[in-house]
Design a binder for this molecule. Structure first.
Ligand SMILES: [Zn+2]
Length: 74
């Protein structure tokens, strides 16, 4: 696995951890603009700026919670 140093700048798609480029661009998987930075801060900025990702996360969370409830209520 490639390790980047904390201070090194890279453009990433937080939705897809495998997408990482040295220059700005778009994620080939979801088409959203790559964000500069690293780790959770970049994720927060990405999420705040892209309602689509926010909506997707919401749907996933609801689905997971519903599934968990159905699993436990047996
Ligand atoms: Zn993506």
């Amino acid at each position: 696995m490639g390790k980047i140093n904390e201070s090194g700048s890279a453009y990433i798609c937080p939705m897809h951890a495998s997408i990482r480029q040295a220059s700005p661009g778009k994620c080939p998987k979801c088409g959203m603009a790559l964000v500069p930075g690293n780790g959770r801060f970049a994720l927060l900025r990405h999420m705040a700026g892209n309602w689509r990702h926010l909506a997707i996360m919401g749907v996933i969370m609801v689905a997971v919670m519903a599934a968990a409830m159905m699993m436990t209520v047996r």
